[in-house]
Design a protein around this ligand. Structure first.
Ligand code: PBG
Length: 330
């Protein structure tokens, strides 16, 4: 690209001088349509539990879920993402509860899909259900790929049967998108969408989420043998290329703000909707910054617009409801 013109005939500040002109020429904008709201759910009744490391985020028992969804749907946020806090007594080494037809996620799906139009997405991975906190099955202390996929296929089918709209494998096993897609097609779930967590880094920013689903204290070791090394970016393109070939409808980059370069690269190389996940650690940093008056409230929108500028279609963010309320007011 070539730029012509020089000072004083060119003064870029002319385009910044009034609010109306700034609005007129803005290149990127955030809309409520871009937002995905993550919701943590738990067993029991009448529960709205605080999550210590995520101020302003709660776990809801299913009897409290309806009123939350009602608020979100009224704001016209298109999609919610459900994450379960499974009681420790239900966790085992295989994550068996993941395949229980009456587990927390299945019951939540029934409640929501019976009463609401809003889209629902569910993670496919075993970590909320295992007593070791890993996303897959262990053999000699390593997560085993192909054996894990067999369980993930069942988990995906179970969610599809309960009218989950978007299946989101977040486990990072090789080859799972293709096999999940194949089994969905075979079982006639031809409209069930797959959002692949195609590029998920072994990040230090997931801590508060692991608190929220109760896997933090359980987690043995780290997830570096399956989640991506954050020194790499070419590898991200290879992951995305494979997942598109295997039948993913959309791909996700996670975490978000530290990986804007990856979002941009994917968007430039593949014309597929890219979703960004502003993860728990990013949320809590900003939230605590605002709470302690180190940052001002505008930092939320600035962080979310950065995803739009990089090329994201949609953003999973714990700020979804808060920012939607702001956007609605303006
Ligand atoms: C689990 C999963 C994680 C997140 C979403 N799904 C954590 C992990 O991989 O350990 C993190 C989300 C966040 O930090 O907000 N497969």
């Amino acid at each position: 690209m070539k730029f012509h013109g020089k000072y004083p005939s060119t003064r870029l500040r002319r385009g910044r001088n009034e609010d109306w002109v700034r609005r007129l020429i803005s290149e990127n904008n955030l809309s409520i349509n871009d937002l995905i709201m993550p919701i943590f759910i738990c067993e029991g009744k009448n529960k709205i539990e605080k999550i210590h490391s995520m101020p302003g985020v709660y776990r809801y028992s299913l009897d409290k879920l309806g009123s939350v969804i009602k608020r979100i749907e009224k704001l016209k946020i298109p999609l919610v993402a459900l994450f379960p806090y499974i009681s420790p007594s239900k966790k085992d080494v295989f994550g068996s509860e993941a395949l229980n037809e009456n587990n927390l996620i299945c019951r939540a799906l029934k409640t929501i899909k019976k009463n609401f139009e809003i889209g629902v997405m569910c993670d496919v991975a075993l970590d909320p259900f295992t007593n070791h906190g890993h996303d897959g099955l262990l053999k000699n202390n390593k997560v085993v790929n192909d054996e894990t996929i067999k369980v993930l296929i069942q988990q995906a089918l179970l969610y599809a049967k309960n009218n989950c709209d978007i299946i989101a494998p977040s486990d990072m096993m090789d080859g799972r998108i293709g096999l999940i897609r194949k089994s969905l097609e075979k079982n006639n779930f031809i409209n069930t969408k797959i959002l692949s967590y195609a590029v998920k880094y072994a990040s230090n920013f997931y801590g508060p989420f692991r608190d929220a689903v109760g896997s933090k204290k359980l987690l043995q070791g780290d997830k570096k043998s399956y989640q991506m090394d954050f020194r790499n970016s070419d590898e991200a393109l290879r992951e995305v290329a494979l997942d598109i070939k295997e039948g993913a409808d959309f791909v996700m980059v996670k975490p978000g703000m530290l990986y804007l370069d990856i979002i941009k690269k994917i968007k430039d190389n593949f014309k597929i909707p890219v979703f960004a996940y502003q993860v728990s650690g990013e949320y809590s940093l900003i939230k605590l910054g605002i709470k302690n008056k180190i940052l001002n409230n505008g930092s939320i929108k600035e962080s979310l617009i950065s995803f739009k500028r990089a090329g994201s279609s949609a953003i999973i963010t714990y700020f979804a409801e808060e920012i939607a309320n702001q956007l609605k007011k303006n």
